[in-house]
Structures are given as structure tokens and as C-alpha cells.
Ligand binder design. Structure first.
Ligand code: PLP
Length: 401
């Protein structure tokens, strides 16, 4: 892969007609090292946030040894790239064949579940040829928790209700060598309090079940930084989670885990797009809802932008984007602040696209091609450089939509 200084250098060198993904390995490794050294437990990388085979070894180098995988394809991918990684199959609805291959071929021992049917499926799929049940299963019961403090909800699809969790924890304890409780507070949790209310629910479930718990997994949801979304420092999240974990009625040697996706990879990618046409305050660009800008279109996520052409006005105005496909839904309302005199042929860098951006590209309507290059400058924003003002002492507004 080619190395360049920054997006402007790429635009000058390639004048690209197709969108170009920029990789920043140093930023991803820095995020990995931050979680590996500062989170008071084990950090798993949630692979779905960005499954790029070039990213996985970078996170490994940064100290991430455990990977949260959700499909047999992700199991095979990570095992192929990182033969010594510990894989945890954390999707609560799996096929029997996926469980069997994960357990017998790829050495997976940790599985999550949120129903009795899934528990029975895991036990049956991991039994040996004589029908003896596996003795080394590490099972995590996924509890449903509120997403009220997060920008993207994950509260309705997975997780057992507190009222039903006790019996499932008891049944799982009987077949598990090691029993955990996991949850997900929703993505981009804008306050550490999201984890406090979830851990209170965990406490109630454990009290109800009266079983020994070996592990608490607080899931993902750790935020990154975007326009209008300036979270408190991650150290605050870690400290509050640790305090509430320590107060739970669990085994004295119980482990604390987390599964960050977004926070580990958001800073890894940005994107260069070309303006194909301008219509008033609308720019027609060459990537969009079916490319790396899925969230910009589907949940009106705002990403930071900057122009890459010199000699444009310093006056900024609000623009919306249209993507390249023929679908009306290929529209991103932003607003994206760019020079008032931006015009067709100009190049824009769109930042903070490493999480749920680069991973979402499709080939719909013949688009979705384009190359990747490495750049060595800093991402447009970072939670890890130590340069960010603490939003609690600045005028930044924490959005709690
Ligand atoms: C998506 C997902 C994650 C990662 O969530 P982020 O909000 O990106 O940190 C972690 N765990 C599970 C089970 C997930 O589905």
C-alpha cells in the first residue's frame, strides 16, 4: 500500500476519480494501546465495526488479544489473520454448524446467548461424537439494558429481560465451566452513566439467580468524537465501570471485559471524495449511502469535513451531500461546513470513518470501487492524543438526543 503525508498530498498525486480510503495505522494502534493499558480488565475488539484484514494486525500489535466475532465468516477471517488470537462468538443467535466449526476447528470456547434454545443449541453442537457435553464452555448470558444514553440503540433486538434472566443464568451455570453476564448499552454512549444503569441491572439479575459469576462484559458503546458529539474522557468511563464492577456480588477472581468497536477503529480511516456537481447548497459527491457514508445517510451522522484544494474562500457555509447512486435515499443532510465557493472538481476529506464507514461499502449501482492508501498525519479528531479539551470545562455541548 502506498504511503502519503496527508489527504492533500493524495489528492495532488492521484487526482482520484474514485473515492480513496485513507488508513492511519498509527491512530488505530494508539487506540488499541490505550484500551489495552488503561481499561481495568480485558478489551475485545468488536470486529464488525471494521473487519479490514489490514487493521487486525495493527490492533494485535497494540495489545488487543481477544476478538468479538459475530459470524462464522468473521471467525474464519480473524483466525486466518491472527492465528493466536482468542475468539469470542458474541452473537446471541447462531447456527449449529457455525458453533460446531467455531468450537472444533477454530478453538472458540466463549459464546453468548439470550435464550434457553440457544443454550441447548450450543451444548448440542459442542458435544463430542459419543454425545458427551463439552467441559470447557465459557458462556455469557446477554442481558437487555436501556440504550437511553446512546446515539444508536441496541436495546430492542438482543438480550433477555431482567425478569427472565434468573432461570437462564441458573441453567447456563449447570453446563458452563465459566459463566459471564454481558450487555450492550448502544453505540456512541455519550455518558459513563449508561454503564452504571446497566451494571445495576446486572446486579439485580445476579441476586435473582444466586449463582457464581466469573466474568462481567460491559460490551461496546465507547464513543468517538464527531461534530456536535464531544464525549467526556474515556478514563471517566473506565473509572466508573471499575467502581461499579468491584461492588457486584461476583466471584473474588471475576474478570471484567469490554468489547469496543467504534472507539478502537473510528480514527483509522478517512475518505477522499470528489465533488461532481454543485446545485446551490447541495454537493453531488462520488460516495454515499451505499458506500462508506452509510451512517451519514441513514442516521444523519455528522462527520468532520475539509476541502483539499488551495485558494478557496475562508467563509464556510452549510452543505448537504448527494451520493453517486440513482436512489433518492442516497442523501446526507449534514450539515457539512465547507468553503462558500466550493465547486465541481474539488476534493473533500471526510474524517472519522473507520467505524461503520469503510466496513459498509457495497457495489450497488456499480459504485464502491476505489483504492486504499496509508497516510501519516493525525486524524481530524482524536480521543487519544491528549490534546483534546475536556468538554466538561469547555462550552461544548454534549448531545443527548
Ligand atoms: C456492535 C457490537 C459491539 C461494538 O459496539 P461499539 O458501539 O462499536 O463499541 C460490541 N459488542 C457487541 C455484541 C456488538 O454487537
Amino acid at each position: 500500500m502506498h504511503h502519503h503525508l496527508d489527504a492533500s498530498a493524495v489528492a495532488r498525486a492521484l487526482s482520484p476519480d474514485e473515492p480513496v480510503i485513507l488508513n492511519r495505522p498509527h491512530a488505530a494502534e494508539r487506540a488499541a494501546r490505550f484500551f489495552a493499558t488503561k481499561f481495568p480488565g480485558k478489551s475485545l475488539y468488536a470486529v464488525k465495526a471494521n473487519p479490514s484484514p489490514d487493521l487486525l494486525p495493527i490492533l494485535w500489535a497494540g495489545g488487543i488479544t481477544h476478538y468479538d466475532v459475530a459470524s462464522i465468516a468473521e471467525v474464519r477471517l480473524v483466525r486466518g489473520v491472527l492465528p493466536n488470537a482468542t475468539l469470542c462468538f458474541m452473537h446471541p443467535v447462531k447456527t449449529a454448524s457455525a458453533i460446531r466449526e467455531a468450537y472444533f476447528v477454530h478453538g472458540v470456547r466463549t459464546f453468548s446467548l439470550d435464550t434457553r434454545e440457544e443454550l441447548e443449541k450450543i451444548v448440542a453442537a459442542t458435544a463430542d461424537e459419543a454425545g458427551n457435553p463439552a467441559a470447557d464452555l465459557r458462556l455469557c448470558v446477554r442481558l437487555r439494558v436501556s440504550s437511553e444514553y446512546s446515539e444508536l440503540s441496541l436495546a430492542s433486538k438482543f438480550g433477555i429481560d431482567l425478569a427472565d434472566a434468573g432461570p437462564l443464568l441458573q441453567e447456563t451455570r449447570q453446563v458452563a465451566d465459566w459463566l459471564g453476564v454481558c450487555f450492550h448499552v448502544g453505540s456512541q454512549a455519550m455518558t459513563p452513566f449508561a454503564y452504571v444503569q446497566a451494571l445495576e441491572r446486572v446486579r439485580a439479575a445476579i441476586a435473582d439467580a444466586g449463582v457464581v459469576i466469573d466474568m462481567i462484559d460491559v460490551g461496546g458503546g465507547f464513543p468517538s468524537v464527531y461534530p456536535g458529539m464531544e464525549p467526556p474522557p474515556l478514563e471517566d468511563y473506565f473509572a466508573i465501570i471499575h467502581r461499579h464492577f468491584e461492588a457486584l456480588p461476583i466471584a473474588y477472581n471475576a474478570e471484567l471485559w469490554c468489547e469496543p468497536g467504534r472507539a478502537l477503529c473510528a480514527e483509522y480511516n478517512s475518505l477522499i471524495v470528489k465533488v461532481e456537481k454543485r446545485r446551490g447548497k447541495e454537493l453531488y459527491i462520488n460516495d454515499g449511502a451505499y458506500g462508506a457514508l452509510y451512517d451519514a445517510a441513514h442516521v444523519a451522522w455528522r462527520f468532520p469535513v475539509r476541502i483539499l484544494n488551495d485558494a478557496r474562500s475562508e467563509v464556510l457555509e452549510d452543505f448537504a451531500f448527494y451520493g453517486p447512486t440513482c436512489d433518492d435515499a442516497d442523501y446526507m443532510e449534514g450539515p457539512f461546513q465547507l468553503p462558500a465557493d466550493i465547486k465541481a472538481g474539488d476534493f473533500i476529506e471526510i474524517g472519522m470513518l473507520g467505524a461503520y464507514g469503510a466496513a459498509m461499502r457495497t457495489a450497488f449501482n456499480g459504485f464502491g470501487q476505489g483504492e486504499s492508501v496509508i497516510v501519516t498525519d493525525e486524524p481530524m479528531a482524536s480521543l487519544y492524543t491528549g490534546e483534546r479539551k475536556d468538554p466538561r470545562v469547555s462550552d461544548n455541548v454534549v448531545s443527548l438526543r
